[in-house]
Design a protein around this ligand. Structure first.
Ligand SMILES: Nc1ncnc2c1ncn2[C@@H]1O[C@H](COP(=O)(O)OP(=O)(O)OP(=O)(O)O)[C@@H](O)[C@H]1O
Ligand SMILES: [Mg+2]
Length: 258
């Protein structure tokens, strides 16, 4: 690498505060004959204050990428930065704290605590951190996600879409620096889905929130500022200022009919 490129890279490493990025990230599950290479040499940026969508066929490595960048799984190779902090350099304790204070995560499988009500599930990150909620923000999140009449219900008493909205509320309640959302609209009717996308869009535009979202839906991806296309654990394409039509065209080109 030449000096200019090296300097540029150093500058960008120093100015990544707020966003997240990976450098040659690799993730292998298992070992020997059973080894699965879920991510292969992935260098990608989720810039601060931007809304990035991640797309690609089932098994492409989308969830794995989000889990690694959010510090929920270790990288097998390469590096992950949240802001200017390299995750691999952190002790378990500091990593836990960074996750709790700076990252919101909506899991593909919701991961709600079955014994807690919706309200207590939403407030869990604050309870764990020993802080109290910003009432106004909590009310906004609950209102936009239409959870007002569900707050005393347990997950088993809610539909999939309702559980998804609780999971999203939980990720947003701390106003984290970065929200990672794994198919947050996958289980929602189109109207609620559109509202969730608008909420994420507003969080980016009005609060400077950084959002990375996995989706299979070109319309959902059309709300993002950029789309990262993954296939077989590799980045195969990038698109700025996506529209649903352009995303659909690109997906056809990449042979993703999911
Ligand atoms: N814990 C694990 N142990 C072993 N293999 C895993 C594990 N998690 C994921 N994989 C494998 O890694 C690859 C990528 O999986 P990943 O869940 O990241 O895909 P995805 O793009 O999120 O797919 P989907 O759209 O179906 O959610 C797949 O081959 C998957 O089987
Ligand atoms: Mg997935």
């Amino acid at each position: 690498m030449g000096n200019a490129a090296e300097a540029k890279r150093t500058i960008s490493e120093g100015t990544a505060a707020g966003g997240a990025r990976t450098v040659r990230l690799g993730k292998v599950y298992g070992s020997g004959d059973m080894a699965v290479r879920a991510l292969d040499d992935v260098t990608v940026e989720f810039p601060a204050g931007r809304f990035t969508a991640i797309m690609g066929p089932s098994g492409a490595g989308k969830s794995t990428l989000m889990h690694c960048v959010a510090g929920l799984e270790d990288a097998s190779s390469g590096k992950v930065y949240v802001g200017d902090q390299e995750l691999g350099a952190l002790s378990d304790r500091r990593l836990t704290r960074l996750r709790r204070e700076r990252i919101g995560f909506v899991f593909q499988a919701f991961n709600l605590i079955p014994t807690l009500t919706a309200r207590d599930n939403i407030l869990l990150p604050l309870t764990l951190a020993g802080t109290s909620p910003d009432r106004e923000w909590l009310n906004t999140v609950v209102r936009v996600l239409k959870l007002g009449d569900r707050l005393s219900h347990r997950p088993s008493e809610m539909s999939g879409g309702q559980q998804q909205r609780v999971a999203l509320a939980r990720a947003l309640v701390t106003r984290p620096q970065i929200v990672f959302a794994d198919e947050p609209t996958g289980n929602l009717d189109s109207r609620t889905g559109a509202e969730v996308l608008a909420l994420l869009r507003n969080a980016v535009d009005d609060l400077g929130q950084t959002v990375a979202m996995v989706t299979h839906d070109p319309v959902a991806a059309g709300h993002a500022d950029a789309v990262v296309f993954l296939a077989d654990g590799r980045i195969v394409d990038l698109m700025d200022a996506p529209t649903a039509d352009r995303v659909l065209d690109r997906m056809r080109g990449l042979g993703d009919h999911s």
